[in-house]
Design a protein around this ligand. Structure first.
Ligand code: SAM
Length: 234
């Protein structure tokens, strides 16, 4: 029998759950995610203070362990030892689906290398890119997700690629760079394509900007440009 199937059907292996959490509104979490967060031995968090707010809201007392982008091998080995000792773990990120433009995927890669028999299960939840795509009104049958664009080297090449893409392009952008990046897209010749910028999705100041790059830039410049952004280009 294929070993992958064996792994799939063996029920009492230790488990690592990849749990999707809200991207702003703390109500956006599934009943299953809440149950798993209660039942596991430890919750691995990017920032334990951020996750504690969520856990406290739902009176979840599970102890947390921090795991972030620059966690060294010692931390990874500690997590692997917990799994080896039969502990069940849940991995969450500060917001959304772990592993999507955050440190989760590196941990999964390392765990799989060391413990290929571990059961890794997704507990679906919010993802900023997918939420934004769902309200974009742009074609979503084929899209390219760029995550965060590089800050300097290679950025212009990717922006040019986005301009000439046949498919919808999606990327994440920060407060500090949103105007600069959109300005650069305009300068590089993004003219008639439809642009959708989703700011603070599911949060108090949620705003969606739609139109040609010029209109979107004009409206964004007038507005407060604080917050988190997903940019979608047709
Ligand atoms: N893993 C997350 C997910 O599933 O969407 C993404 C994590 S990434 C480190 C954080 C980036 O996602 C932010 O800089 C922003 O671009 C985007 N993002 C996260 N939450 C958002 C929100 N509520 N509204 C708009 N963009 C958001």
């Amino acid at each position: 029998m294929d070993t992958n199937l064996l792994i799939r059907y063996e029920s009492n292996y230790m488990k690592l759950y990849i749990v999707g959490t809200p991207i702003g509104n703390l109500e956006d979490i599934s009943l299953r995610a809440l149950r798993i967060l209660k039942e596991v031995d430890f919750v691995l968090c990017e920032d334990t203070r951020v996750t504690r707010v969520l856990l406290d809201k739902y009176e979840i007392k599970t102890p947390t362990i921090s795991y972030f982008q620059h966690s060294g091998l010692t931390k990874v080995n500690q997590i692997i030892d917990l799994l080896k000792n039969g502990k069940n773990l849940a991995l969450v990120s500060d917001a959304g689906t772990p592993g999507i433009s955050d440190p989760g995927n590196k941990l999964i890669e390392l765990v799989l290398k060391e413990l290929p028999e571990v059961r890794i299960e997704p507990i679906p939840g919010a993802c900023a890119a997918i939420c934004a795509l769902s309200i974009s009104g742009l074609p979503t049958d084929k899209f390219i997700f760029y995550g965060f664009l590089p800050h300097k080297k290679g950025k212009e090449t990717i922006l040019k690629e986005i301009i000439s893409n046949k498919f919808t392009s999606v990327f994440y952008e920060s407060t500090h760079r949103i105007l600069k990046t959109l300005g650069k897209l305009k300068d590089l010749g993004l003219m008639d394509k439809q642009v959708v910028v989703c700011r603070e999705v599911t949060k108090k100041f949620e705003t969606t900007y739609r139109g040609k790059i010029e209109e979107v830039l004009e409206n964004l410049e007038k507005d407060v440009t604080k917050g988190e952004f997903v940019v979608i280009i047709s």
